[in-house]
Design a protein around this ligand. Sequence first.
Ligand code: ADP
Ligand code: MG
Length: 620
Amino acid sequence: MSKIRILSEHLANQIAAGEVVERPSSVVKELVENSLDAGADRISVQVEGGGTRLIRVVDNGGGMGGDDVLLSIERHATSKLRDDTGLDDITTLGFRGEALPSIGSVSRLTLLSRPADSPTGTRAEIRFGTLHGVHEAGCARGTIVEVRNLFGNVPARKKFLKSVRTELYHIEEVLRNQSLAHPRTALSLQVDGRVGLELPGRSSLADRVLDVFSGREIWLAINSPAAEPGGPALRGYLLRPGTGSARSSRLRILVNGRPVRDRMIHHAVVEGLRGFLMKGQAPAGVLVLEVAPGQVDVNVHPAKQEIRFRRASEIHRAIVQAVSAALAAHQEEVRSDIFTVESPGARESDRHPQYGFQAVETGEPEPGSPVGGPSRARTHELRPEPGALFPRKSPVTPAPALSPQQRDDEPVRDVSRTPPESAAEYGSLRVIGQFADLYILCEQEGALVVIDQHAAHERILYQQLVRGYMQRDVPSQALLFPLTLELDRRRAETMEEQGEELALLGFGMDHFGDTTWVVKEVPALIAGVDVRELVLETLDRLADGSGREQTGALPSRIEHLLATMACKAAVRAGNRLAPAEILALLARMDESDVFSHCPHGRPVVRIFSRTEIARWFKRI
Ligand code: ADP
Ligand code: MG
């Protein structure tokens, strides 16, 4: 007699359940997917006991007739795949025909369903894999699925469940993800009789994003329609990095309406954001990818949470491009926020609340509000203190309060150096001055604009270096006194192997013999830095980075190098800038194609609206 036996249906279902039904949230996911596939636009979920006591999903979808109710709980029974070629062209969330029988094998499952064209519904119950009665029953159009005592017959699985709170969190996550994938569908969650989530049907993804990430600012709007029919189309919203809770700090990825985990997509988004994310920061928000169904294999994961692309590199490229394009558009918005003259008061009402650079402000300024009227604010509210921020210009200020000693610390000379106000202006920006020899303070339409001078200059130089490098045209400048360098073995080797790379970067070097080299030219943009240190560091970076090429336009080691060069050459913290220098920096920011973040992802500009500042002082 043979040793191999075919497993019973019952056992096969339990084994499938092991993969498909990992925890209560997996049940919610499968049931909600079924409701969505049935065309429901209103789905309500009720759970008790973290989902182990009860999960009930009620939908207003197409429903099932009596025969279908019975078939639906059979293994490998589905209405969503027709023939053998169907797997290549899946447009529904389900297709495996496994969810209901799997869930039914590890719980008490009740189905109650009625299609629109039938006067009565059907009710069926399965208890831990065995059918217990089917009969007619009255019900509204649609389907109600109840799952009780989940894992009642698999104590081992039950033991692996986490706290009720954790399981509820996973359930909420399922609903949040599905709500982003299907903004038009109203979704609600009741937990032990109380409202857990209320996500009404929305007409746009943007509105849904505000529901799901409430209180978070949208930073980038991504919108890249398919270049050709069936090609990848991308939409999405990325949130300002580095703020918010763990939940909202994740990137949610939706492919053809299906929430998935995908490292390639995640990587592509990070790649597209290069130079705009700080070390350790991850992108957050939602990315929606639509691609011809034939281009993805959704049948690679039992719970369908992972997928595989037939042309992954094409998708990767499309995402990098879409994110970069969104960044470029954002750059122009920041530019117009800062440099464009606008009608008074426009700032306060926030022209781009969702993409704007500043925190979303809703308050209206009081007309004629004294906030920003310097003399009154100062006389009444600011006591002169040691280390007061600005040389005082207003005659109303009680100057005598400053002791002579404190006066020494104050850059008194600067008052006279500051030209009349009309002179220190760039576009709509009026330069107030410099703070801590690092931040440039400007006033614009009643808003306070603060610029990190080092970060700003760094980005400007970096953009110039990148452009020069890409066009193979980094201008060099001859050194007045060529510098002789005695290199160690390792660096000398790098020099010999990658001398060409150095030439592209704008260095002119002669081999003098053995390990000695003479530096005759350096990149003109960074003239004035310690040449020796720069060459040595450049060599080290070139040596480090070799072999770790990336796919982007600029190899990452070159990118790092250029960032280092820009950093070394940029005005530092502690550099006092003359008004003319400040104006020159502002003008160069305005001209630079990118300026909002330094090459390491730190922000360059912050804008504080008048309303926001008034709030600091409890004026509103
Ligand atoms: P799959 O979704 O992979 O087809 P399921 O086991 O989840 O497999 O469901 C089996 C079938 O039952 C579905 O193909 C569908 O025809 C039917 N069905 C399940 N849930 C619903 C529902 N809420 N409304 C209408 N039909 C449903
Ligand atoms: Mg299903």
